[in-house]
Structures are given as C-alpha cells and as structure tokens.
Write a protein that binds this ligand. Structure first.
Ligand code: CA
Length: 235
C-alpha cells in the first residue's frame, strides 16, 4: 500500500508518515502543491492524503489538476477548519473524503480503511454523469455543484441508474435490484420514487437525465448518447 502525503507542516507530515508506516504502509512525503502534484501524477499511489492549505498550488488546485489529468487515486483531503464551504469545495475539486484538523489518528485510519474497502469491492469512489456527481464514500450528491439531499432509497436508486447508464431499466429490474422485492408489490412505489428523484436532480437542471421509456420503464441517459435511444419519451 503506497501512500502519498502532501502536507507542508513538517510536524504533521512526520506524524502521518510515522503513523502510517507503523500500519505497514509505504509513505512518500511532498511539502508543497507543485511537488505533490508532480508526485501524484508520476507514480502509482494507492492513496493520497492532501492538505488544503499549501504553499504554491493549494490542495484544491492539486486535487482538480490530478483529476483533470486522469489520476483516479482515492484522495483524502485535510482541512484546517471545520468550514463547510472548504469541505464542499474540496469534494467538488475531486477529493473522495475529508478530515478536519485536529483529528485523532484512529479516525484517519478509519477513513482510509473505508476508502480501501470501497476500492477492493468496486474500484469506484465517485460516479459522475454530466454535472451530476455521487460520492460513494461521503454519500454526498451534487448537480452543477449544488448539493442535493436524498433519502437512502433515493440514493440507492440513483446509484443503480448511474451504474447502468443508457440501459433501459424495467420496473421489474429496478424493484429487484434496488428494492430487493418482486415487482407486483412495488409498481407504484417505483414511479413515486422516480418522481422524487426527478424533482431533486432533474427538475431545475438541464439536460434531463432520467427519461421514461413508454411501456417499459426508465433510462438514465448520458448527454453524449442523446441520439442513441430513439424510442424514449419524457414523462
Ligand atoms: Ca497546511
């Protein structure tokens, strides 16, 4: 397990290095944004821990640059204050999770384990289609940078849609995969939940992502595939 720690405060950086090495991880330190960005781009790390406040390029810029250049390594961001705005900006820049300083080392390890678990089962920490982003670690959902509050069931439904873009999904399929129940009992429930979800992620945004396929079910359409599914009509 190779970890890149980008942190300008030497004390903090050394503490992280020692602690993570005790856990059997191999740790590389970078003390500023430019150095961190170069390291993150060049080598195959399993995890990146990134401080927001850095000299030169700050953590937000580093995260955005890494993501823009195709580096998908799980990224935990460290923020100095418990400022919601900074956390939101961190997640929007491409971080998978964040931790506010000061933190207990045990909590850092717990977060890293959660990131790893997700990777082992799935390789994905974030799903993105168009400007809709679903973070599987924090369970935060944003459309065009605006946070959307979903219930657990809405989240599960959206996750299923985003994992099967451009497929025509019948109500039977959705009831089995998302509700784990047979179709008969759920036919109306599904339509009701689709409506809830539409109101939250589509209603005030363009392009629309959830489309009704008449007589069949629904499809979650990536905008680039606009022309592929000719049979659908929007409810
Ligand atoms: Ca700092």
């Amino acid at each position: 397990m190779r970890v890149l720690v980008i942190e300008d405060e030497e004390k903090m950086a050394d503490m992280l290095k020692r602690g993570l090495e005790e856990e059997g991880m191999e740790v590389t330190l970078a003390y500023d944004g430019d150095q961190g960005l170069a390291a993150g781009k060049s080598a195959g790390y399993d995890l990146i821990i990134l401080d927001i406040g850095l000299p030169g390029r700050d953590g937000l810029e580093v995260a955005a640059e890494l993501r823009a250049s195709g580096v998908n390594t799980p990224l935990l961001m460290l923020t100095a204050h418990d400022a919601t705005d900074m956390k939101v900006r961190g997640l929007d820049s491409g971080a998978d999770d964040y931790l506010t300083k000061p933190f207990a080392f045990a909590e850092l390890l717990a977060r890293l384990r959660a990131l790893q678990r997700r990777l082992k089962t799935d390789d994905t920490t974030r799903l993105q289609i168009s400007d809709l982003i679903l973070n599987l670690i924090t369970r935060r959902v944003t459309r065009a940078g605006i946070e959307v509050q979903l219930t657990n069931k809405e989240f599960a439904l959206l996750e299923y849609f985003m994992r099967h873009p451009d497929e025509i999904l019948s109500r039977e399929t959705l009831s089995e995969k998302v509700w784990d129940e047979t179709f008969d009992t759920l036919t109306n429930v599904i339509d009701v939940y689709i409506n809830y979800l539409r109101n939250k992620i589509d209603r005030n945004f363009e392009p629309k992502l959830i489309h009704t396929v008449r007589g069949v079910g629904y499809t979650f359409k990536t905008p680039s595939n606009e022309s592929r599914l000719m049979t659908e009509t929007r409810a």
